[in-house]
Design a protein around this ligand. Sequence first.
Ligand code: ACO
Length: 336
Amino acid sequence: MYNSRISGLGFYVPENVVTNDDLSKVMDTNDEWIQERTGIKERRHVVKGTDTTTSMGVKAAQKAIERAGIDKDEIDFIVFATLSPDYYFPGPGVLVQRDLGLKRTIGALDVRNQCSGFVYGISVADQYIKSGMYKNVLVIGSELHSHGLDMTTRGRGVSVIFGDGAGAAVLTREEDTSKGILSTHLHSEGQHAEELSLIAPGMGKRWVNDIIADADPEDTSYYPYMNGQFVFKNAVVRFSEVIMEGLQKNNLGPQDIDMLIPHQANLRISQFIQKKFGLKDDQVFNNIMKYGNTTAASIPIALTEAWEAEKIKEGDLVVLAAFGSGFTWGSVIIRW
Ligand code: ACO
């Protein structure tokens, strides 16, 4: 048996900054409301015709591969997490295999676990490496939300929260099993699937021809829906549970955490968790203020920024935790 360790990290966000004041010009909202409820000051939106979910993922991956000190053709497998793929099918994993210009016809897997997508992706990659099947696995989380949001007052409860961007990590075989990813913990509760969802177009209820045939200006089925307060209540409970589960599995406690990287859902959720575990400001990393909630990309973007700012050192106990649509949630315990 081996462990896997994160050998390279990278992130990419589009240049176009959209402030809360910018949003208040197209919908009835304001900087005070957004900052008070979510902590967000600005986010990035892709300008149409420039980046895609895949191209942002490729740019983040190129950095991660370079920092891992490997050639791109040493990558054995790709895991791509997103809820906003370029195409309905095929998924972006194969597009990355093509656009990175890989010589080998390695496998590419797409993960559909929304805000928990990167944590699920890390867990999948970790199992492949632990079993000895692969040596280097590329895990990407990338989202292009902005093109699919309702940017009117009707959609303001959701659209002010989300931003575009991508993050990537290379996981590499580690012979020393006291280091690297110590454990991963995954959960779901499908009975709340519709509480945070985008229903159409889908084969279940409404396909594109139904939407066109109805031509209903009140139709919001193709915009994301979120029962905000219900999501909030579940998030704080599940975040706490799954962090504790991971710590206990490794005979550790909250006092052992050097750096917690929570999914950047909402600053108030992160602050709740920080208080609950008695963590100091330098033990929790938040960057939702700058990028909004980038769903599957939020953890790899935050992890990369924390690492670039030298807030993570060798030997540190790093905890990743996520909760989101599904509901799905999970944690990753890492000895850096
Ligand atoms: N600007 C101004 N006013 C707004 C906006 C906005 N962008 N959005 C909603 N409002 C109004 C509502 O219309 C409502 O007005 P009313 O009282 O006249 O009816 C009022 O503000 C309160 O609306 P609520 O939806 O009740 O606001 P709430 O306090 O619940 O805050 C929020 C909404 C921030 C989404 C909150 O529920 C929350 O933090 N939920 C957690 C979910 C979350 O963080 N999701 C992130 C994505 S999911 C994930 O990543 C896990």
